[in-house]
Design a protein around this ligand. Structure first.
Ligand SMILES: *[C@@H]1O[C@H](CO)[C@@H](O)[C@H](O)[C@H]1NC(C)=O
Ligand SMILES: *[C@@H]1O[C@H](CO)[C@@H](O)[C@H](O)[C@H]1NC(C)=O
Ligand SMILES: *[C@@H]1O[C@H](CO)[C@@H](O)[C@H](O)[C@H]1NC(C)=O
Ligand SMILES: *[C@@H]1O[C@H](CO)[C@@H](O)[C@H](O)[C@H]1NC(C)=O
Length: 816
């Protein structure tokens, strides 16, 4: 990392104040994605973290909520650092936290991975780049933790790499890492060796590093360390007894299945291990649970079920540190009828279940389940699916200071509770959604209707959400977009002259994937014109809501009027960018490559219109919400504006180039602000203009990453002056507000609120220890390719292996 020099700090302090806004999440609530790992601090009560596969790291608060702590590290060039493959805490210092970050070990990730470290519970970070990639969103990401700090020596860390890169050690508190040459196992299993894209054919590497805190020390370092590897042989659990000098496979180990977790119970001097016949997180048809007695060096198979009851592998295992012998273990994926959780209070000799069949199809459920903090999880998931307990249960922990407090995570959310010991008394516990503050959705489309709904958010791995007003942005919705529920919604639009009319499209073939609402997105109906063959892409609603234009993912551009069947629009190229004029019902716009198109017959035919001089890629088209004929176009050379229905264009500024999504939002008075992701004076970021695009101000700031700007969605509020929404690929929807000067020289725009100024000074201070965000150069070509990959959310059938870089398995599973 780069440390600021004193001079640079002074310069930073003296720099003109930019209107970096204060960003916060729109509260969808309930997580919305996979949480592959939790870590509790072993010696300080209440310190815990949850890692996500695409949305960074979260820290637990005492009120059960979570705070995102890695927003600063994932700027445009470092978007992949929001993939967290492991997190580790220093048992001797509760302020310290480490994480292995990076998203993919193949070409989808342009950067090598890093170990980031913080000495203030994630408020600020330093980073050490590794010489290889880290796969936070790769197969096997729920094993772990593959990063650990020596409990006897805060300077010593071990990291178990993927891709055959072996075991790495730091002896200086995570500043530098060197390969442990005496450790030769690599974890060579790959889920699909024939996969040619580098995703499923990559060796899974090491699965966990577990120090034995009871083993004493050798030259100041913990003597005994266990390391799991992604092998299903008798050499998948390794041990050193001399603090890492020599290693050997632990004698007597099972030799079938892959070890996912290895959790030490120090009082018992036992290592509890879960195994599955795949490396997860979607698979597993067989597995086992073992207890290794460290003193006696004996193995005991404590698998809770056998025979036909055993049709899944095991993932998460929670070990009660206060009650030796008490453990909870979960099926990794039991797709029907639901997951199963097992609890033992005698070190795995006997088990009880969280539910049982009585007389089929009746079950005794030894739990109740609620979603008070994310009501949509109940209405949109628990009420309509059998798999209430979930799937992809790789993480399960019992609070080391509170035997009643536990957490486990699924592909959808975090569940847990505060009465776990009732399992042993009344045998009936209370499970709640405990993902408050985790906002992990990949956002695929945003809209804000003037005089209508403040925010419509189409998301991946769930249907989407409506926020009726600005005040609703702080409250988790009562329900997702339902009736129909889509497994993902890829786009949403409102009718500009009839704003209660909203349309959305989804991406699952086999059912109709267009739905309409006439109450602003509160309730929905299937759109009768849709057949079951077309999916995905983007949608535009005519101003009066009589015509839908749909740029599908694989069937070209389609049009339907008055609920008639969709018919192909041959005058627009397939996958064209489309938009509707928001006030003139007859007008639609299209863009493809360097060409801008206009339709004056409600989308039946399109003709080439005004030139976008110098542009070779139309990236986005936005019509003014209130003014007919005013249309804005984002291209690889910047932004163009037309006030004559696209007949002619003016480039608004040369200060902002290579722009991606753009949006108009209510500004001061009757002025409309323009927002754009593009490359300006502060690099590739989010900018705002209050003077019709003449001047642009960095409103993102250095401390708020949004990931790759070419995958971000953008909407300006049409109802609340100065408010702007950013949809991320894994950190939900973030929003902020401020004011942008609407005239004069422009460019000297300042934030107007004290809050923003306070944030600025904080940011400046943080820069001394934070990963710096200076001099970032985006390689557009690479990123464009990457984005295609990243946003290709493949929803596969239950239990099958994803074919793309599926960010997480969402509730889509529940409806397949
Ligand atoms: C190990 O896993 C591979 C791949 O799934 C499988 O073909 C093989 O039979 C497994 N070996 C054992 C010993 O289970
Ligand atoms: C457990 O408690 C819930 C909530 O009171 C109840 O609905 C359920 O029937 C109980 N389970 C059993 C097996 O009694
Ligand atoms: C809407 O656009 C059409 C086609 O350009 C034009 O003929 C018509 O005058 C416009 N209507 C209004 C109200 O501006
Ligand atoms: C990206 O992160 C790496 C560490 O992971 C760091 O060395 C590099 O400076 C970062 N790049 C930018 C542009 O911030």
């Amino acid at each position: 990392m780069k440390l600021f020099t004193a001079t640079e700090l002074l310069l930073a302090a003296a720099a003109p104040i930019h209107a970096a806004y204060t960003w916060q999440n729109v509260k969808i609530g309930g997580g919305g994605g996979f949480v592959p790992g939790f870590v509790f601090h072993p010696k300080t009560k209440g310190v815990a973290y949850a890692r996500t596969d695409i949305g960074g790291l979260y820290r637990l608060n005492s009120d059960d909520s979570w705070t995102a702590v890695t927003d600063s590290i994932a700027d445009n060039s470092n978007w992949s650092k929001w993939g967290v493959d492991a997190v580790a805490l220093d048992p001797q210092d509760a302020n310290k936290v480490y994480a292995a970050v990076g998203s993919y070990t193949n070409s989808w990730d342009p950067n090598n991975g890093a170990i980031i470290r913080s000495s203030d519970k994630g408020a600020t970070w330093s980073s050490t780049s590794l010489s290889f990639k880290v796969g936070g969103n790769m197969p096997g990401r729920g094993t772990g933790e593959r990063l650990a700090v020596d409990p006897a020596n805060s300077k010593i860390l071990y990291f178990g790499a993927r891709s055959g890169n072996g075991l790495w050690k730091s002896a200086d508190g995570g500043v530098t890492f060197t390969k442990v040459s005496s450790f030769t196992a690599k974890g060579s299993f790959a889920p699909d060796p024939s996969d040619t894209n580098g995703y499923n054919n990559d060796p899974q590497g090491l699965t966990f590093v577990t120090f034995d805190s009871t083993s004493g020390t050798t030259s100041g370092a913990t003597s005994r360390i266990f390391v799991g590897t992604a092998d299903n042989t008798t050499s998948s659990l390794w041990v050193t007894e001399d603090a890492g000098t020599t290693w050997s496979a632990v004698a007597g180990q099972p030799g079938t299945y892959f070890p996912h977790k290895g959790v030490l119970q120090p009082t018992e001097k036992a290592l509890y291990l879960t195994y599955s016949d795949g490396t997860g997180p979607y698979d597993g048809t067989l597995g086992a649970v073992y207890r290794y007695d460290i003193t006696a060096r004996t193995w005991k198979n404590i698998t809770p079920v056998s025979g036909s009851d055993l049709y899944f592998g095991f993932g998460g295992i929670g070990v009660d540190m206060l009650k030796p012998g008490t453990i909870v273990v979960a099926s990794l994926n039991s797709w029907w009828p639901d997951a199963q959780l097992f609890r033992s209070t005698d070190s795995g000799t006997t088990w009880s279940r969280l539910w049982e069949w009585t007389s089929y199809p009746n079950m005794n459920l030894y739990y109740s389940q609620s979603a008070a903090k994310a009501p949509w999880v109940k209405t949109g998931f628990l009420d309509v699916d059998t798999k209430d307990l979930g799937w992809m249960i790789e993480s399960l922990v019992i609070d080391p200071f509170d035997s009643d407090h536990w957490l486990y995570a699924t592909g959808l959310t975090v569940f847990g509770g505060h009465d776990l010991t009732k399992w042993d008394t009344t045998h009936n516990i209370t499970i709640q959604v405990l993902a408050d503050g985790i906002e992990e959705f990949a956002v695929l489309g945003l809209a804000s209707a003037p005089g209508g709904s403040e925010l419509l958010a189409a998301v991946g791995d769930d249907s989407g959400f409506t926020f009726a007003s600005s005040s609703a942005l702080k409250t988790s919705p009562q329900k997702p977009w339902m009736d129909p529920i889509f497994s993902s919604s890829t786009s949403v639009d409102y009718a500009g002259a009839s704003v209660k009319n909203v349309v959305r499209v989804g991406n699952t073939a086999g059912t109709q994937q267009v739905a309409v609402s006439s109450d602003g997105g509160a309730s929905w109906n299937i759109y009768y014109g849709a057949d079951t063959s077309m999916t995905g892409g983007t949608v535009a609603y005519s101003a009066n809501a009589d015509t839908i234009l749909w740029s599908t993912s694989a069937n070209g551009v389609q049009r339907s009027q008055y609920s008639s069947s969709f018919t192909s629009v041959s005058s627009l190229p397939a996958t064209a960018v489309i938009a509707s004029d928001k006030q003139n019902n007859t007008v639609f716009y299209g863009g493809y490559s360097s060409t801008f198109y206009v339709s004056k017959d409600t989308g039946s035919t399109f003709a080439k219109a005004g030139a976008l001089t110098g542009a070779t890629a139309v990236r986005d088209i936005v019509a003014h919400p209130k003014i007919a004929g005013e249309v804005w176009v984002s291209t690889d050379v910047g932004i163009f504006r037309s006030t004559d229905y696209g007949a002619s264009f003016t480039k608004v500024s040369t200060a902002l180039t290579n722009t991606y999504q753009i949006a108009l939002g209510l500004g001061s008075g009757s002025n409309w602000n323009v927002y754009a992701f593009g490359t300006g004076s502060a690099g590739p970021r989010l900018y705002g203009s209050g003077d019709t695009g003449a001047t642009w101000t960095d409103i993102q700031g250095a401390s708020q990453g949004f990931g790759a700007i070419d995958s971000c969605k953008l909407a300006g509020s049409s109802n609340t002056a100065g408010q702007v929404f950013v949809g991320t690929n894994g950190r939900g929807v973030l929003y902020a507000s401020g004011s942008l000067s609407s005239g004069g020289t422009g460019g000297s725009t300042t934030s107007t609120t004290t809050t923003s100024r306070t944030t600025l000074s904080t940011t400046t201070t943080k820069a001394t220890t934070t990963i710096t965000t200076t001099s970032k150069v985006a390689t557009t070509t690479t990123k464009a390719t990457t984005t295609t990959v990243k946003t290709t959310t493949t929803t596969s059938a239950s239990g099958s292996t994803p074919t793309g870089t599926v960010p997480q398995f969402g509730v889509s599973e529940g409806f397949s």
